[in-house]
Design a protein around this ligand. Structure first.
Ligand code: NA7
Length: 549
């Protein structure tokens, strides 16, 4: 069969039950789950293989900032026992090996078409199917679409004039080459000091001839104190995985992160200090577990911020450099807290230079390097660690057209909206995993992915048993969910920093915190409650297309 749509040569149409987009945690689990349910599936991935974020982010020093034992699938007890993590916070090569191991073990790759981007997805109301077009001009038709496209998959170049003119090596953290990169003897520049920039700077600093860090907003970074996992510890974890998963599911971040019910001002200044010192010594995420009101009480937050500024001053030898590295003007933890192993120490190396782009802004990129207001910095290599069009970027990167011609980009023109971050009114049978109005970037992405895929699976099973073929949330349900999301967002300090959480890093993007901040357990309970109540916030269509109340 051949067809011509919108000027594209169409190849034979392939008819399926489900199209799945993405080969990160959400996509891989979706492929496994829906195949096991007996659905005919086809999955797509823009990268050359599985791994999602860990396929692309091969930059030096790339590492997860949640405990590895927690940042992995829980749906397969066999995989939990067969895979052994070597470090508390695994590096990218090990994370990618894990994803490959899972893909091999469950034979997932055969369902994927790699190196393939989706250009458009259009709902055909008459036929009750999604038409999914690849950029290569293939057309797939499916009853269901699962967008497992992730909150951080569209890297963002900085809005600095002249980027294309740079004649040296231009490297993007999230599009890092697969071959080894040599820094020896080179004048290397890094733009961006978020989690990514910090990991790169501490790794490349000692290896480069000279390193120039172009810093706009300094981040708060805490010591990771990464360690090798000893066999006894691993054995204990494997014996107790069920308990660890239960603990993670009950925690606000869906993870094994220390938590506290103690308010900051409920203890004496000496006790506060000693709790903070202990947490700092312990490293990792311990600081987040010191007090319960760090993100709700601005005064408590400022005390902890000042403690962390002091720590920077203790490490960095040059007081002027230390001062520039100390974040001010936004609450600590309102920007994603970073973990490092030698970030601040790197600035003690004589060939590492911190350039403060707040005082001395970047004016343009030139053929030879970066021109600041004060003059040009010549570089052999420029590394961009300038972040992502987070949360909504991937869903808006292609054209998704629902019922009555409604486009996601129009529906989201004032900010993302959905019901539970899982489905949108006007887009029947289109499911998202880790969607922008769920806990998203604020909780363990693997636990959210599993929760979301399981929810979709239950919804499809329920539809099947009831002879239904399509579902979508009512507008009232969606509005009510967004009201919950917005009300909760007012209570946190998270929107007080200019970050990708609130869309502040992309020009023209609607601003505001649309992530569910009520914590993972409450989110999971909302999802479970909607299933228990028989999906009454949804409208359904029967197999013979009649509307079912
Ligand atoms: P982030 O956290 O968004 O950091 C991006 C950094 O790039 C940040 O320091 C930005 O400064 C900087 N940036 C962006 N554009 C510019 C320009 N034009 N000039 C100077 N500096 C610029 O992204 P990451 O990749 O580090 O981390 C993303 C997530 O990945 C992280 O939260 C973890 O969840 C893992 P700004 O703050 O805008 O002043």
């Amino acid at each position: 069969m051949s067809d011509k749509t919108a000027g594209q040569d169409m190849k034979a149409v392939k008819r399926l039950d489900m199209v799945i987009v993405g080969a990160g945690f959400g996509g891989m689990y979706a492929v496994y789950k829906f195949r096991e349910m007996g659905l005919s599936i086809q999955a797509f991935e823009a990268g050359g293989d599985v791994g999602g974020v860990w396929y692309w982010n091969r930059y030096p020093g790339a590492r997860v900032d949640l405990p590895s034992i927690d940042y992995c699938f829980s749906f397969s007890p066999e995989i939990e026992q067969e895979w052994t993590w070597s470090e508390e916070f695994a590096a990218q090569p090990e994370l990618l090996s894990y994803m490959n191991f899972v893909a091999d073990r469950l034979d997932l790759r055969k369902h994927y078409q790699f190196n393939t981007r989706i250009a458009r997805a259009i709902w055909d109301e008459q036929r009750q199917i999604w038409q999914v077009f690849t950029e290569g001009g293939e057309l797939y038709e499916a009853t269901y679409c699962v967008m497992a496209t992730g909150p951080l998959s569209v890297p963002k170049d900085p809005e600095i004039p002249g980027l294309h003119r740079f004649k040296g090596e231009l490297m993007r953290a999230a599009r890092w080459p697969h071959e080894p990169v040599d820094f020896a003897g080179k004048r290397v520049g890094v733009i961006g000091t978020g989690s990514t920039g910090i990991q790169i700077i501490q790794e490349v600093g000692p290896r480069a001839g000279e390193l120039f860090v172009f810093q706009r907003t300094p981040s708060f970074s805490m010591p990771m104190r990464n360690k090798t996992l000893e066999p006894d510890y691993v054995a204990e974890v494997k014996r107790n995985y069920a308990g660890l998963r239960a603990a993670a599911l009950n925690s606000a971040v869906g993870g094994l992160r220390p938590q506290s019910t103690r308010a900051f001002f409920s203890v004496t200044p000496q006790q506060r200090r000693s709790l903070l010192e202990d947490a700092w010594k312990q490293g990792g995420l311990a600081m987040l577990g010191t007090f319960s009101d760090l993100l709700t009480n601005p005064e408590a937050n400022e005390h902890v911020a000042e403690f962390m500024r002091e720590k920077i001053g203790e490490v960095v030898h040059d007081p002027a450099v230390a001062e520039k590295l100390k974040p001010r003007g936004y609450p600590v933890f309102a920007r994603r807290p970073c973990l490092d192993s030698s970030y601040y120490e790197t600035y003690n190396l004589p060939h590492v230079h911190l350039l403060d782009c707040l005082d001395d802004p970047i004016e343009e990129i030139t053929e030879k390097g970066v021109r600041l207001r004060s003059g040009e910095v010549e570089l052999d290599m420029l590394i961009l660690a300038t972040g992502y069009d987070g949360l909504t970027g991937a869903m808006l990167a292609f054209d998704v057209v629902g019922r009555d011609g409604l486009r996601v980009k129009d529906k989201w023109k004032d900010g993302s909206r959905s019901y539970l971050g899982l489905m949108m009114n006007g887009f029947p049978n289109l499911f998202m995993t880790t969607g922008p109005n769920g806990p998203s970037a604020l909780a363990n992405i693997v636990r959210i992915s599993e929760n979301d895929v399981n929810w979709i699976a239950n919804a499809l099973t329920s539809m099947h048993h009831n002879g239904l073929s399509a579902m979508e949330p009512t507008l009232e349900a969606e509005n009510s969910w967004m009201e919950t999301v917005n009300t909760l967002a007012q209570r946190t300090l998270l929107s007080k920093a200019q970050t990708w959480y609130v869309g502040a890093n992309v020009e023209g993007k609607p601003k505001g915190l649309t992530i569910f901040t009520g914590g993972f357990p409450r989110y999971a309970e909302h999802c479970a409650a909607s299933a228990r109540a028989g999906y009454r916030e949804f409208t359904f269509t029967g197999v013979n297309r009649q509307e079912v109340a």
